[in-house]
Design a protein around this ligand. Sequence first.
Ligand SMILES: C[S@@+](CC[C@H](N)C(=O)[O-])C[C@H]1O[C@@H](n2cnc3c(N)ncnc32)[C@H](O)[C@@H]1O
Length: 370
Amino acid sequence: MSPTEPLSAERREAFVRLIAKHTGIEIRARDQANLSTKISSRMKALKLDSSTAYYQLLESSNADSHQEWLDLVTLLTNGESYFFRDTEQFSLLRNQILPELIQQNQDSKTIRICSAGCSSGEEPYSIAILLKELIPDLEQWNLLILGVDINQLALEKAKKAIYSPWSFRNVDPDVKQQYFQLIHDRYKLDQSIKEMVNFQILNLIKDEFPQQDSELRDMDLIICRNVFIYFERAAIAKVISKFHRTLKPLGYLLTGHAELSNQNLNPFQIKVFTESLIYQRTANDSTTASLSSTLDEQQSYYPENLSSDTDDDLGDNPHVGRSIRMQQIALNLLRQLPPDTTIQKLGNLTAAELILQLETELKSLDQELS
Ligand SMILES: C[S@@+](CC[C@H](N)C(=O)[O-])C[C@H]1O[C@@H](n2cnc3c(N)ncnc32)[C@H](O)[C@@H]1O
């Protein structure tokens, strides 16, 4: 294929699988024609006239391949973001979660927060503004706000911290007035806020974390919103497991609404607020290793290549696989309710009691299958 010819369906499918494996991003059927155009434009830039050669470049693991992924990813990701995106979740952070973290860490005066999939920085800078407003003796504190993303161009923009009016769709004019300086038609973030945030390039799928020799560890809060909507289910499970290990005991994970439906969230306690759900790593450190391995093990309910409508890999009997999946879905639904909600049609048991029953049932099915 020359850069101007369309990809064959087979070749396109191979690229789709490779991209999902490398980035977690699922290229849906409706976007696949667009993918061919993007691949052609990369082949042209590299002066390659065979899609096989381009595929082989991406598949290898040398410096050229690494560089090409950095460039290709800038075409594949959607970096849509704005300050204080999702009023409800920001009000939960402002009124509950951040005050709780500030209170808990009064002695060490240390708080560690990661915005994963931070794009051009609006999300971590919004957190920095909140912390500045919530902590009167800020200079006494050791705060880490780390923004990570796979897209190098988005991170360059984040580090510049100069924004168009479009990034302020949801911003109180007072905040804009207080923390930004209008230069021509652009808004430059105040240096004191800019200095509160660090950025790092990171591929949530391929890169190892937590990393004890870097800042990506022992987080009090990980915010990962509007990232998983683009991911395959198996990729989401992989990243949740890494997030679990990257959080401190009792640390929080905040995702976009409903981005984790259908995932196994056993190692987290789900806290229900009117504004949003938030997932909390459990407190008991001694069970941490087994909890993490439970999460990894239970991902085997959703093996890598299993599409949502096949159950073939779940044991010999497809009905067992389907039954497990149904129970997981029921479990996730129940976890979204306050634990003491009674459910009349199910013998007036509470959500917490039903969760326990389903978890026990799933564990015994797990043992039978292994
Ligand atoms: C829609 S933006 C979300 C920005 C911000 N979190 C928000 O909600 O406003 C999604 C971001 O996820 C990033 N992303 C996608 N796949 C990623 C991966 N495998 N590792 C790290 N970041 C990724 C994209 O580059 C993009 O910047």
